[in-house]
Each structure stands twice: as C-alpha cells, then as structure tokens.
Design a protein around this ligand. Sequence first.
Ligand code: MN
Length: 285
Amino acid sequence: MRLATLETTRGPRAAALAGTHYVDLNASDAAIPPSVRLILEGGPEMLKRAGQATRSGSAVKMDAASARLLAPIPDPPKIICVGLNYRDHAEESAAPIPKEPILFSKYATAIIGPEQPIVLPPVSQEVDYEAELVIVVGKQGKDIKADRAQEYVAGYMVGHDVSARDWQLKKDGKQWMIGKTFDTFAPIGPHLVTADEVADPLKLRIQLRLNGKTMQDSSTSQMIFGVGETLAYLSQVFTLQPGDLIFTGTPPGVGFARKPPVFLKAGDIAEVEIEGLGVLRNPVK
Ligand code: MN
C-alpha cells in the first residue's frame, strides 16, 4: 500500500493510492483513524482494514491529479538520523568508515511534505541537500534483534536531510543536530510505501536532482549499517514507537564536498527519487 496524508476540507486525512485516485480511509471506514501514525499504531490488523477500504466499492475517492499531499507522517514521536552511513559518501567527506552508527536528530517542526518550500534561514549561508531513504517504524520495540527487525518496519519513504553546513560543522563542539533541524529541513514523501511492496530496501537506486541536474546517484546497497543493525543499535537505548522516522544517511555528491561547493539558493528545485518509492519535489525559497 502507498499511504499518504492529504489536505481535505475536513483537515489532514490519511489516504491510500489506488490507481488514479486516493481513497480517504477514515471517510470510507470510520473505524480507520484519520492519521497515518494512528493507523500504524493499530498494527497489521488496521493496515489490513485500510487495504480492504481501498479496494471497497464504497471507497471515498479523491482525484490524484488535484490532490494536495502533505507529509505522510507529520507527527512522528521521534526523528532519528544516521550520519556518514554510505561508504562512498564517507570517502568523499574524507571521514573514516564509522564502526558504530553516527546519530543525530531532527524535530517534527522541521517536517514538510511534497511541493512545500524549503525555507533558507537568514542565519545560514551554506544550506546543502542530502537524498535519504527513511525507515518508518510500525511496531513498538526495545532491544530489537537485528534478525527480527523487519517485524518492526512499517515501510519506507523518500526523505531529504537538508543541512546547514556552517551550523553543522563550523560551530563549537561540532554538534550536528543544530545544523539539521531548522524549520522545513526534513521534507518527506510523497508516500509511505509499506514494507511488503519493497523487496529489498538495500537494493534501491537513490538520486537527487537540483534544477533537473543529477547531483547524487547511488544505491542503498552502499549503506554501512542496514535496517536490522540500525534498529537493533537504537533500540538498545530507547523504545522505538509506531511512526518513528529513521533517516538512513546520504550517498556522495552533496554540495559541500564539491569543488567549488554548491549550496541551495532561492528559486532552486530539489527532487529526491528512490526506486519504487517515488519522487519528493520541493522548491527552495
Ligand atoms: Mn544525512
């Protein structure tokens, strides 16, 4: 299933893509909660019910062409990000291959959906782009075993880890989080693609285009810490909850590593595409 959050006259509503239409899940079946996060909290039973509502003859449909998509999960309990998680990106950054995941976080105030603008903050002159695969947690778990991690994954999304390099790398203490969580710095979408539709999350082409020019083009097979290892590592420390988002790192080609460097400017269009998951397009202003 491809789950989305749509703007409707009733407010933001969880929807599922069905060909050329989206199905408003809550309007089609009142037992289905109106938010994607709450649907995930309902577990496999609720996902099954959402699938049935999508296929039902009485489904409440909205034309996909005119639908306004919001972030699929605007209210995650946590947003966790893995840094330097691609072999080829660690090399371009002249950083050693990490032995354990390098972690930082973003706040939910950074989340935007497709087509919503990435707003350049006046206090940064070095805002960069990073194409990322996002894991969406589907089940509460602590001390998850790597080989059982798939049970805890609801699905995957396209994400963009927008990064103010001057704040990430040039401030005292080298704390990454502050450069990563400016408002609008976590675009996600267009859909949450459920795990049953992703044969192997570590075999997906991942690309970023800036104004139509390809800047990043790699494969999730370059990831150092995969899905199971990452969930196992994190859940040693804290409980993962349905709707948590895990940004899994970016491949090479980012702006600050280029000669000369490339940073985002007003009027740019950034598109992140991951094979099978869709295209996430955001203007920059
Ligand atoms: Mn990143």
